[in-house]
Design a binder for this molecule. Sequence first.
Ligand code: HEC
Length: 255
Amino acid sequence: MTKRLILSLAVLPLLMMIAPSAQAAGDQKAAPHQHWHFKGPFGTYDRDALQRGYLVYRQVCAACHSMKRVAFRNLEDLGYNEAQIKAIASEYTVTDGPDEEGEMFDRPARPSDYFPSPFPNKNAAKYANGGAYPPDLSLITKARHHGADYVYALLTGYKEPPADKKLLDGQYYNPYMAGHVIAMAPPLSDGMVAYSDESPMTTEQYARDVAEFLTWAAEPEMESRKKIGLQVLLFLAVFAAIMYGIKKKIWADVH
Ligand code: HEC
């Protein structure tokens, strides 16, 4: 009996050593956990980070990646007011129509419009990117494990390929990508996006901010979900206290 127990205790650390490597199947490097403002039961998005992240998406990522599920009016969550959102939207052009003559036409975007896509369709997107499809980023942080950590690791994780790894034209080495090869050139470099606050204009900071922005896009309801959860807990606690009081009163005379 004790022998068995000792044996199973000895096996336990072994299992624990095997488990993480089994999880990283496909030899993809696990993204290190970053500290995020929005993590934890009280975590909220950092408005300034979201605005900077949107700027990075808009000036860099939007050249290749669509975000079809986000409308300009959703930018209210980032702390922009109505007039600012109107102004932002009007800088974009969307295709509308058909008009009375049956023709499609371009017009400035309105707050109710969704972010226009950089390519008219999937084939055009692939053709422009050497055959690789830049995925829509609206839900990317939900579509990948530890989404924000993954996006940050991917954007900052480009490396020189090991000597035995041959890359084709248009392929880049990135240990965080499944298979270690990605068809996206490193999109960020220091100083490429001008921030108006004091935040460092570095690849790391851009990657952090855009990862937070993409998390918001995938989970805009996160803050209200947490708030409601806390309110429910608070209610249950108060309710339990009241019930305890009532119970004591009712049973007070029973000895
Ligand atoms: C010049 C075009 C281009 C730009 C700019 C660009 N990407 Fe990409 N991206 C791609 C392509 C192409 C792929 C598909 C790569 C593949 O499948 O190998 C991709 C893939 C991705 C993926 C998915 C990786 C996966 O796990 O499948 C993410 C996340 C991503 N890009 C984020 C970004 C972010 C964030 C930015 C802006 C900072 C950005 N990209 C800028 C072309 C681009």
